[in-house]
Ligand binder design. Structure first.
Ligand code: URP
Ligand code: ZN
Ligand code: ZN
Ligand code: ZN
Length: 494
């Protein structure tokens, strides 16, 4: 297709503003945004009258071609990204897993995997153990490789889990590099105990997964990670906030002024745990992810937190296994590979659940599906905006059309879909990525290898004005008691 595109007459939406305007794209970039742009006739014109023209979605949390729980996720950088583009997501940030504890070997492996990319992507790095070598490799990742975020696992005992001592080392290192510490917040020791108890009780099916790791274990780890990040005085990003209990820990910290970001994922927003009790193992197993999808009510609570700004952006944790892989845990839920799909469904489900229902505005939608992610990972306004000079990653969404989700037509390689049968309002009719029309008339036109790695620089806005001096650290340790005297409920009991 032509590299010159004019999108005419749509409502152009950014996180801060919306207006009816044309958008002119040339050579992979947005060149102009204003009403009535005149162009020559070699330009491809798309009529967007009555539709929303928005920055392509950015998914902050995916696992493509990841080796995990004895197998590998079924979507690689080609199929996962093709699915993303068909659903209006034009960039994602994937988690690099170290190889034998080596960050650089892990990085090299992911550079190889990503040669198939058909859309832009960035990398977070998972930290799975701690020593001097890991610490020095973090320097290289940030300063030379364009990685500005590191995920620490407080769960997955025996494989990915690290203890508090190592978490503290990691937090300090992140702070010194201007890198964002991310945390998978579940108490792994307690989960291990909970799993043993379920097996002893004879509960070996997928429901045992949810019962073995209830919200209290997510809340405990969330509170612990937040408090340790506060102790070190560095920002923290809590991935996949799945329960009201954990969300309230994020809310409390933010209210006190701490720099904490909370990321709910689509499955936590729109699903409940009933599927885990489905008598058909193949149905129940597809809902297994960690932290677990919670009981009815948590999703609504997380939606409310998003609409109030307590949580800031939506990811997917796209981590897809087919039914053959899920069946590894047929007789023991602990062996069911953890993960659900979502990279293709996120933009539609958030629109339908949050915008079509009237909970949030269209500008808020852009903020929490795209702009906020770009700001947090320091790539705004190259990404996350429809502005002159920004990358031409654009979607056109028709609010009067509808979507339907089924594994029969989705673009993931999986034979199942955790959102099977869902229909809703709003349809991404066109996706433009890197200035090329890649999704139109329900047809994908993607090109193997056309996606680019996007470096994420350190010291995002979350670090602005952060006082790193020893004097401020020492005085923070002697902060006067505020809570007791300022809390009216204590005073009224006197
Ligand atoms: O179940 C999940 N979430 N699988 C992916 C790995 C992770 O913890 O994010
Ligand atoms: Zn996780
Ligand atoms: Zn994940
Ligand atoms: Zn197709």
């Amino acid at each position: 297709s032509s590299s010159k595109i004019l999108i005419k007459g749509g409502t152009v939406v950014n996180a801060h503003h919306q207006e009816v305007a044309d958008v002119y794209v040339d050579n992979g970039l947005i060149v102009e945004v204003k009403p009535n742009i005149k162009v020559s006739d070699d330009v491809t014109v798309i009529d967007a009258t009555g539709k929303f023209v928005m920055p392509g979605g950015i998914d902050p949390h995916t696992h493509l071609a990841m080796e995990f729980m004895g197998t590998e996720t079924i979507d690689d950088f080609f199929s996962g990204q093709a699915a993303a583009l068909a659903g209006g997501t034009t960039m994602h940030i994937d988690f690099v897993i170290p190889v034998n504890g080596s960050l650089s070997l892990g990085y090299e492996a992911y550079v190889e995997k990503a040669k198939k990319a058909c859309m832009d992507y960035g990398f977070h790095m998972a930290i799975t153990k701690w020593d001097e070598k890991v610490a020095s490799e973090m320097d290289i990742m940030v300063k030379e490789k364009g990685v500005n975020s590191f995920k620490f696992f407080l769960a997955y005992k025996g494989s990915l889990m690290i203890n508090d001592e190592l978490l503290l080392e990691g937090l300090k290192k992140c702070k010194s590099l201007g890198a964002l510490a991310m945390v998978h917040a579940e108490n792994g020791d307690a989960v291990f105990e909970g799993q043993k108890r379920m097996i002893e009780l004879g509960i070996t099916g997928p429901e045992g997964h949810a019962l073995s790791r209830p919200p209290v274990l997510e809340a405990e780890a969330t509170a612990r990670a937040i408090r340790l990040a506060g102790f070190v005085n560095t920002p923290l990003y809590v991935v996949h906030v799945m329960s009201i209990d954990a969300m309230e820990e994020v809310a409390r910290a933010r209210k006190s002024g701490q720099r904490v970001v909370g990321e709910p994922v689509v499955s936590g927003l729109v699903l409940d745990d009933s599927g885990l009790w489905d008598p058909d193992f193949n149905v129940a197993a597809k809902y297994v992810m960690s932290p677990p999808i919670r009981a009815t009510g948590h999703g609504k609570g997380l939606q409310a937190a998003l609409s109030m700004g307590t949580l800031q952006l939506v990811g997917t944790d796209h981590c897809t296994f087919n039914s053959t892989q899920k069946a590894f845990g047929m007789h023991d839920f602990r062996k069911i590979p953890n993960g659900v799909n979502g990279i293709e469904e996120r933009m539609h489900l958030v629109w339908d659940t949050m915008v079509a229902s009237g909970q949030i505005s269209v500008t808020d939608y852009v903020r929490l599906t795209s702009t906020e992610c770009a700001r947090i990972f320091n790539i705004y306004p190259k990404k996350g905006a429809i502005l002159p000079g920004s990358d031409a990653d654009i979607i056109i969404l028709n609010p009067n059309s509808s979507f339907e989700i089924t594994s029969r037509s989705h673009h993931s390689r999986s034979d199942t879909n955790v959102y099977e049968g869902r229909i809703g309002k709003g349809k991404v009719e066109v996706t433009i990525a890197g200035g090329r029309i890649v999704w139109e008339n329900n047809e994908l036109k993607v090109e193997l290898g056309s996606g680019k790695f996007i470096k994420t620089p350190p010291f995002s806005y979350l670090f602005e004005g952060l006082d790193k001096s020893d004097a401020s650290y020492i005085s923070s340790l002697r902060a006067p008691v505020k809570r007791f005297n300022d809390n009216p409920s204590y005073n009224s009991q006197q």
